[in-house]
Design a protein around this ligand. Structure first.
Ligand code: FAD
Length: 467
């Protein structure tokens, strides 16, 4: 069959990886087609991930700040929550950005084809859309089909009270009792939102700490705050069953210290995401996909088929938007004949909880495991006048240095704006900064960013008392 469309670069999926790749390819003069199954561009991140969750977390932060304002003589009283308006704020935020993406695609003459794509040969993708099937013939392809929430089997998923992160972001109501299964970043961010809106939240996590992967000391201030507010935080506990009944969803638990069965108004399951690599007939193009649905790539984002690239969540961890965008750029540049590589030394992780937890590079746990001789510079925020002034002294800034070179190898920050503060440390690691470079950099006063320089000075021994 003759193709309906021909292009130099085809991008499958319009998430942060896909749209970045498509825009870069077009900017480099490539005739580009972007295939997306949904009507709005932006993928998980923009439509049902990073952006709507942060819009709601902003509301949670405002509620919390207002509640604590009474401590400094500003009593705003109990919040009156208009869920429709709040949902509207989230939708407006997303809508504005989706519109922006469509405009940017148009401006670059990227052809957007709406429909579900599957490979039919190494140079052809079939797209099934509202107006039938189309064959797009491409010279190069970039697979950016992303990931989706893991739905644990055996749970009553057809019950509307069961939620994955997408359902939780819909904010249908504020359940009186909410169980969050999975104490990772996504579960805890949504827990923060519902807690602020008034739900009694219980969190169950299989591992021995919340946010597995982060150093335990970073998680502690958050856990301390949550344990005062939540119905319960149960670690090393597994949900073995969920039963749907007239009065709610009854969950049963297993593990040391597991609670007795409890009934909840809603249950959010946030136990990870699985890549979509296995759902696009990649084999028809000869592209290798692992059993779990990941697509292996090299540093140029090439799959085993040299003219087909893959990026974003479906090439592996960490499943983060800022990793996808950088990979997308590399794939587009290589597809256009440039000699780019994805060689990021580090990719920062941020939980936009309250407080935020951010880390980059090696964790202390990883350094220990790898047998690296390391030293720590830690600055507690209780010693920061700014932190005292805003009533947020629970956090700290922790820098991990290689003892042999004094180079920064990792960092972690717990603070209300840790996600913004961690960027400097990602740059420091990329640039091979030593403790002295960081300590001698003049940071603005009074900010929490000073804690970065001060933590380096603590490591160097040029500050010994934290006044
Ligand atoms: P995706 O964003 O998953 O996009 C893939 C696109 O491909 C989708 O639009 C999909 O519809 C389309 N597609 C798939 N298969 C086909 C097909 N066969 N045909 C046509 N189209 C197809 N990351 C962060 O960095 N920061 C955050 O704060 C953050 N918060 C998050 C909060 C939540 C609740 C969730 C769920 C995720 C969050 N993430 C966050 C992760 C982030 O969303 C992902 O890492 C990111 O979206 C991955 O981008 P991607 O381009 O690989 O794919």
């Amino acid at each position: 069959r003759e193709p309906d469309l021909r292009c130099q670069v085809l991008v499958l999926g319009s998430g942060p990886g896909g749209y970045t790749a498509a825009f870069r390819a077009a900017d480099l003069g490539q005739d580009t087609v972007l295939v997306e199954r949904y009507t709005s561009l932006g993928g998980v991140c923009l439509n049902v991930g990073c952006i709507p969750s942060k819009a709601l977390l902003h509301a949670a932060r405002v509620i919390e700040e207002a509640a604590h304002a009474a401590d400094i003589g500003l009593d705003f009283g109990a919040p009156k929550i208009d869920l429709d308006k709040l949902r509207g704020h989230k939708e407006k935020t997303v809508g504005q950005m989706v519109k922006g993406l469509s405009g940017m695609a148009k401006q670059r003459k990227v052809t957007v084809v709406q429909g579900t794509g599957r490979f039919v040969s190494p140079n052809e993708l079939e797209v099934e859309g509202a107006d039938g099937r189309k064959i797009v013939r491409f010279e190069k392809a970039i697979i950016a089909a992303g990931s989706q929430a893991v739905k644990l089997p055996g749970f009553p998923w057809d019950d509307p009270r069961m939620m994955d992160s997408t359902d939780a972001l819909d904010l249908t109501d504020v359940p009186k009792k909410l169980l969050v299964v999975g104490g990772g970043i996504i579960g805890l961010e949504m827990a923060c939102v519902y807690d602020a809106l008034g739900s009694e939240v219980t969190v169950v996590e299989l591992m021995d700490q919340l946010m597995p992967g982060a150093d335990a000391d970073l998680v502690k201030p958050l856990q301390q705050r949550l344990s005062k507010r939540y119905g319960g935080i149960h670690l090393k506990v597994k949900v073995t069953g969920i039963e749907a009944g007239g009065k709610g969803l009854t969950a049963t638990f297993e593990g040391e210290g597991a609670p007795a069965p409890q009934t909840y108004d809603r249950i959010l399951v946030a136990v990870g995401r699985s890549p979509n690599g296995g759902k696009i007939d990649a084999d028809k193009a000869g592209v290798t996909v692992t059993d779990r649905g990941f697509i292996p790539v090299d540093r140029q984002m090439r799959t085993n088929v040299p003219h087909i690239f893959a990026i974003g969540d479906l090439v592996g961890q960490p499943m983060l938007a800022h990793k996808a965008t950088h990979e997308g750029k590399v794939a587009a540049e290589v597809a256009a004949g440039q000699k780019s590589e994805f060689v990021a030394r580090v990719i920062p992780s941020v939980a936009y909880t309250d407080p935020e937890i951010a880390w980059v590079g090696m964790t202390e746990g990883e350094a220990k495991k790898a047998g690296v001789a390391y030293g720590i510079g830690k600055f507690p925020h209780i010693a920061s006048a700014r932190a005292v002034g805003i009533g947020r002294t629970e956090g700290f800034t922790k820098l991990i240095f290689d003892e042999a070179t004094h180079r920064l190898i990792g960092a972690g920050i717990v603070a209300p704006n840790a996600g913004d503060l961690i960027a400097e440390l990602a740059l420091a690691i990329e640039m091979g900064a030593e403790a002295a470079d960081i300590g001698l950099t003049v940071h603005p006063h009074p900010t929490l960013s000073e804690s970065v320089g001060l933590a380096a000075e603590v490591y160097e021994g040029t500050i010994t008392d934290l006044y």
